[in-house]
Design a protein around this ligand. Sequence first.
Ligand code: MTE
Ligand code: MO
Length: 563
Amino acid sequence: DPSLPRFRLADVRQHDASSTHPWVTCEDKVYDITDWVAAHPGGDVILRAAGGSIEPYWNIFSIHKSAHVREILDQYLIGYIDVADLVDGRPAAEAIEDPFQADPIRDSRLITHTAKPRNAEPPNEELDREFKTPNKLFYVRNHMWVPVVEEEKADKHVLEIELPDGETKKYTLAELKERFPTHKVTAVLQCSGNRRNDMTRHAGKTNGLQWGAGAISNAVWEGVRLADVLADAGLKVADATASTRKGAGEQEDPDANSLHVQFSGLEAYGSSIPLPKVLDPRGDVLLAFGMNGKPLPRDHGFPLRSVVPGTVAARSVKWLSKIVVSDEESSSQWQRRDYKSFGPNEGANPNWDRAVSIQEMPVTSAITGVWVGDCVRKGKVPWMSGSKQAGGIADIAAVERKVGFTARNRVDGPAKEFSVPDCPKETPAEPVAVQGYAYSGGGRGIARVDVSVDGGKTWDQAELLDDCAVPGNCFGNKDWAWKRWRYVGKLPVMALPESSSVSDAATKGECEEEKQKSKHCTTLVVKATDDAYNSQPETHSSIYNARGNLATAWHRLRICPRC
Ligand code: MTE
Ligand code: MO
C-alpha cells in the first residue's frame, strides 16, 4: 500500500520495549505490534525485537518462518522504512541488531560448537580435573541469547508463580533469600546430547550439536527449596499417604501425580518436571542463585535458575522468571519435542507425542585422559604415586606429545597412537593409566566402573575416587554428583605395524593402510553400573535415535602403537 507513511530507522528505534507502542520491522516494512504482544504465544519475548528488525529473532525461533505467522504480522503493517535507510530494499546489516551482542565473554579454553547462541564444552583435560567444575569451565548450553540482568538490580528480579487455580504470587530474589532457608546441593548438570558425537561416529548421522564427552559438569548449587516456596505460595495437593479418599461433595485437592511444574526463562526458553519430584523431601529441587560459592555466572542463569538434580539439564531453567503449576507439561518445543528419545527405527520424524519427555538420566561414563608407556613409568600421571605434578594435569599437552598422540587434545577424536621406544617387533605389555567420570540420574550412585584394555574381551575394575570425603564437596540427599575414577593396567602385547608394509599399503590406498594399521590397535572401553544395577548398553546402534539423545553406550577409545 504505497499511501502508507515512510519512517526513518531512528523513528523506529523510539518504539522500543519501553514504548507504549512497540514497533518492529521486517524487510522494508514497519509494524505496530502493540495489539500482538498480549496475544503472542511466546509472551513478552517479542518485545526483545521492538525498536528494530524482527528477522534475527525469527532466525532463532525458526517456528516463525511460516506464511501463517507472516499473515499475522501483516495485519499490523503501518508503513515502510524510508528509502534513505535502505540498501537494496532492506536496512543495512549494521542497522540490524545482533541479539547476542550483550552475551558475556567466555573462557578461551572452552571448545565452542556454536558461538551464537553459545554452546561450548570444556576440553577433556579440564573436564573432571576437579570434582567441582570451575564456573568458568562449566559447559554452556544456550538456545538463545543471554538475557541482561544488571547486578545492582538482581535482588529486584521477580519470580512469578501461578498455581493450578490460577492464583499468582510474586517474589523478588531478595524476598526468596530472606524468607526461605538456604540449602546447598552438589549436582551434575548433563545435557541429553552429551556424547552425541560418539553415537554419530558409531551408529550414524544425528541431528543436534555434536557434543563430545563434555556436555556435563558438576557444581555445588546454593538456593532455596522450590517445595518451600510453592507451599508458601499456597499450593495444596491431596495427601498421598491418606488411606481413604475424601467422600463425595467434599473438596478434594488435586493429586500431585497429575501436576507439572513449568519453568520459563527471561528469553522464552521453557520446560517442566513432574510435581512429585519437587515435593519429594529428598528431591533437592532448588531455585538457585549460587554456584560453587559465587553468584550464578550470566551464562548459567544469573540471577536465578531452577536446579533439578538427577534430571536432564534441560529442566534446570536459567534466568528463571516464571513458574506455572499445571495439569499439563510445558508446551515448549524443548518439552514436547527436542528432549525426547526414540526407537532406532523411528528416523527423523518420529511420533513426538507418543514418546515421554526425558527426565531422570540413565547411567553413563566416559574416558577423559589416557597415558601410555613411559609416561606412566616416569610419573607423568598426575594422580599416580611418584607423580611430579601431583594435583593437576597441568602438562597434559607435553605428555601427549611424548606419548605420540596424533589427534587433537581430545579422547573422543580419532584413534590415538602411542610410540614404542626402539621399535621392537612386538610392543611389550605397555603400562596404561586411564581416568574419567561416571554418572547416573535419579540420585542413583555409581556402584562400579569396569574397564577393558582389549575391546571388551576381559574386564577389570577402576578405582572410584572418594571425593565426598573432602569437606565442602558433597551436599544433598542423594548421589546427584558424578564419580571420578582412575585405572592403571597393562595394554595387551601387540604386534607392531611394519613400517615398510605400511608405506607399501599406502600405495594401495588409504583404506588398506588403515586396515593394516588397525590390526595393531587396541580399544580401551569403560562402562559403569549404578546402584540399581543398571548398566550402559554395549553399542550405540542399539540405542540409536536420529536426535542423538542419551548416547550412553560403552565409551570406547582406540589407541594404536607407532614406531
Ligand atoms: N534455560 C534457559 N533459560 N535457556 C536455555 O537455553 N538450556 C537448557 C538448560 N536451561 C537453557 C536453559 C539446556 S538444554 C541445558 S543442557 C542446560 O540449561 C545447560 O545449563 P548450563 O549452560 O548452565 O550448563
Ligand atoms: Mo541440554
